[in-house]
Ligand binder design. Structure first.
Ligand code: NCD
Ligand code: ZN
Ligand code: ZN
Length: 437
């Protein structure tokens, strides 16, 4: 792959490597370290990784202050579109995929909770057809919802080949998809072999008005873990579980204990930008910050940040959940996060999260969780998806410059580093605040 003919198409200067369609040079970030290098790209793939000496028809030089990451893979976003188009006023696949590119995200997983939820193979196929219009921007993959109905009908089996993961909501949130905790053992059996993502809040406690307490999250996490442990070792060995949007210190501690259990299946967890940045005090002042699970104490926020630094949290996921300002005023839960994702990650780096940890939590780990073997790392043969952050150029987040249809950001006014370029399959798709056509 790496050579395009002995002399190369340049025909001059004796370039032994040949001429690549694109060469990217700068500091490349891997989970294991940061390396100054040149990367050659041909036909959408990484075709060479060298210290120097590559020539290309085009060249992207990411100079001082820049870091080049494998394209970010976001495990959790709500792009809102389905055949009903009822929610397309607040986002659709095209606006969502552009918002993702703006934020440095090259692969995004769409959640099932829309008016016609992705709870059957045909519903997922319908979403895929609608997502065709977003081709060339961030790649959209799909997560299927698990309900008592599709568990009993056997539809789960038919959904397997259409989805990259299944989603289980243990309480009602936007859209109302819900699976009672007593169906968990059956659900874990039915979905075995596929990654399963859990929204963990305890429905009973929420109905009793205790949503603001961390106990609702811990209780739901415990239900998942004990259901997993109740199954036999063969099933457990095939399980891959992700606890979505972990929000509290108590949950991080519960997961730590569980992971030390010798019979434990593989349990991963994700954290969102909002739970890393805001606390319940901010939420009390600003109703736009209402989210499920809710923002927690300042102590929990710091604990999450430290757990991320230590590698105890596997993924950073956006939980991009666009609602209009009018819906927020009426109590809708969720905040948009895609446009600002890469900039927020830049802020994390300035706050001491190592870039290597970011390469892991935003690319290598989510790609491996979904078994996407063609991406997540900067290696020959992988897709040429890159996110280039410019840590020296700060941008002020402004609702004037967003691609999400909902038109606002929880980070309005914040000064964060910039995403210099988002590159998808070797195509430069953004330059600073502009998404390129
Ligand atoms: C999400 C939404 O609006 O779809 N809202 C939220 O507050 N996180 C649903 C969810 O992720 O639970
Ligand atoms: Zn959720
Ligand atoms: Zn969500």
């Amino acid at each position: 792959m790496e050579r395009r003919g002995e002399e190369g198409r340049a025909g001059s200067g004796g370039e032994r490597e040949g001429m690549h369609e694109l060469v990217i040079e700068g500091r490349f970030v891997h989970p294991e370290g940061i390396f100054e290098a040149e990367v050659g790209v041909d036909e959408g793939r990484i075709s060479a990784v060298r210290k120097q000496g590559l020539s290309g028809e085009k060249r992207v030089s990411a100079g001082a202050g820049c870091l080049i990451f494998p394209g970010f893979v976001d495990l959790h976003a709500h792009l809102r579109e389905d055949e009903s188009h009822e929610w397309s006023y607040k986002e659709d696949f095209l606006s969502g995929a552009k918002a993702a590119i703006h934020g440095g995200v090259t692969t995004v997983v769409d959640m099932p909770n829309t008016p016609r939820p992705a709870t059957s193979a045909e519903r997922v196929r319908a979403k895929k057809r609608l997502a065709e219009k977003a081709r060339g921007y961030a790649e959209i993959l799909f997560c299927g919802g698990v309900t008592e109905e599709n568990l009993h009908s056997g539809e789960i089996e038919r959904m397997r080949e259409e989805v990259v993961a299944f989603k289980i909501y243990l309480c009602e949130t936007t859209g109302g998809l819900y699976l009672p905790a007593n169906a968990l053992p059956k659900a874990l059996l039915a979905t075995r072999g596929k990654p399963v993502v859990f929204h963990c809040e305890d429905q009973e406690l929420v109905l009793r008005g205790r949503r603001s307490e961390a106990a609702t999250e811990v209780s739901a996490v415990r239900s998942v873990l004990s259901a997993a442990l109740s199954l036999n070792a063969n099933v457990r060995a095939e399980m891959k579980i992700n606890i979505a949007h972990v929000s509290s210190e108590e949950t991080v501690l519960a997961l730590r204990t569980f992971r030390n259990h010798t019979d434990a299946p593989r349990v991963f967890c994700e954290v969102t930008p909002h739970h890393l940045f805001f606390s319940e005090k901010d939420a009390a002042r600003n109703r736009m910050l209402r989210v499920n699970p809710p923002l927690r104490s300042e102590r929990s926020r710091r604990m999450l940040l430290n757990a991320l630094k230590r590698g105890e949290i596997d993924f950073i996921a956006s939980d991009h959940a666009p609602h209009t300002a009018a819906e927020k005023a009426e109590g809708a839960a969720g905040v948009p996060n895609l446009d600002t994702f890469g900039s927020f990650v830049g802020w994390l780096i300035l706050r001491g999260v190592s870039p290597c940890r970011i390469a892991s939590a935003c690319a290598a780990m989510p790609a491996s969780f979904l078994s996407l073997k063609d991406r997540g790392r900067i290696e020959e043969g992988k897709r040429a998806d890159f996110t280039i952050l410019d840590l020296k150029r700060l941008r002020k987040i402004s609702s004037e410059h967003l691609y999400t249809k909902c038109g606002w950001s929880p980070f309005e006014g914040c000064e964060f580093p910039s995403v210099r370029h988002t590159i998808v399959k070797g195509e430069v798709k953004s330059e600073y605040d502009d998404v390129l056509d």
